[in-house]
Write a protein that binds this ligand. Structure first.
Ligand SMILES: *Cc1c(COP(=O)(O)O)cnc(C)c1O
Length: 303
């Protein structure tokens, strides 16, 4: 099932002038419909759902959630019925205002249930989960963003790949939403004294993520883990928000390297990496991997 993607070298004077080698792990190419980090997060959960004889997948997300898109695609490919609980009841009767993510999810057969923001906040409560179990008796319930123990374990293979593709890497940068992907890299990467994992938060006020990630790491890892940090200065005014600076960075990157970025995660990842480089936070001699976590389905805008 595992398909190893290329690790591409990025050559640019901006990097070589600082004595730094840079690669990008092209996981935007890892699966035709369940792209990027979402594939790693889902694959073991899908196996588990099969194993338990479940026929339905139930999950949660906002209107632009790549996780919703991935679950809809997984359901269609593997024959699960899918239900998505979507934040924002005002969207219920206005399909003309749906994001491309929602339109595509519905087209793939996902049944969308729109709920208010206050109900959405209660989605992990025992009451709500028990209602869900009653409404969907043979369902496998995936949390928002798909982050759970099996999701984190799903990064084992890609970490092994990186060990063979570039054993001497010192820095890995990845974009952070729930932190599951960063936790996956932290727990499955071999320890080396000079290694660091850097998560770029895409949300404002994301201090709580440090505790979430630490908890996942403590639960999942049985070895000494590498140093890691959550970079919180590059959210660009909040989730799915952007700035001219960030858009210019995306254009610069796409023109120089011919690799597309998504507007919510990987654009901020590259922006953060370049800013850290300009601030001389990355020592000469470093070997940096940028993780392209996919998300390109959310790139196209609907007209
Ligand atoms: C969902 C997503 C992330 C964030 O992943 P988490 O595990 O929730 O931190 C990053 N990049 C892309 C492209 C995503 O779709």
């Amino acid at each position: 099932m595992h398909h190893q993607t290329v690790l591409s070298r990025l050559d640019h004077p901006r990097f070589s002038d600082k004595g730094i080698d840079v690669w990008i792990k092209r996981d935007d190419l890892n699966h035709p419909t369940i792209q990027g980090n979402k594939w790693h997060k889902l694959k073991l959960n899908l196996q588990q759902a099969r194993l338990e004889g479940k026929t339905t997948l139930v999950t949660f997300g906002g209107a632009y959630s790549n996780h919703i898109a991935a679950v809809a695609a997984a359901g269609k490919n593997l024959g699960f019925e899918t239900h998505g609980y979507i934040r924002g009841e005002e969207l219920r009767d206005t399909p003309n205002k749906w994001s491309l993510t929602l339109t595509e999810a519905a087209r793939k057969g996902m049944l969308l249930h729109f709920i208010s923001r206050s109900d959405y906040r209660l989605k992990q409560s025992p009451e709500f989960l028990s209602t869900l179990n009653t409404c969907h008796p043979n369902a496998y319930i995936l949390p928002e963003g798909g982050t759970n123990e099996l999701a984190i374990l799903g990064f084992k293979e890609i970490c092994k790949d990186l060990e063979t593709q570039c054993p001497e890497w010192t820095h890995l940068y990845t974009a952070v939403g729930t932190g599951g992907t960063l936790a996956g890299f932290i727990t499955n990467t071999q320890y080396q004294a000079n290694r660091q994992l850097l998560g770029v938060s895409t949300l404002k006020d994301s201090n709580y993520l440090i505790e979430d990630i630490s908890t996942w790491v403590e639960k999942a890892s049985n070895h000494q883990t590498n140093a890691w940090k959550l970079l919180q200065d590059y959210h660009g005014n909040g989730y799915a928000k952007s700035s001219q600076d960030m858009e210019d960075t995306e254009t610069w990157f796409e023109e120089n390297f011919g690799i597309l970025l998504d507007p919510i995660y990987t654009r901020k990842l590259i922006f953060a990496f370049l800013a850290e480089l300009d601030k001389n936070h990355i020592p000469s001699g470093s070997k940096v991997i940028l993780y392209h976590s996919g998300g390109l389905q959310g790139r196209k805008t609907k007209h």
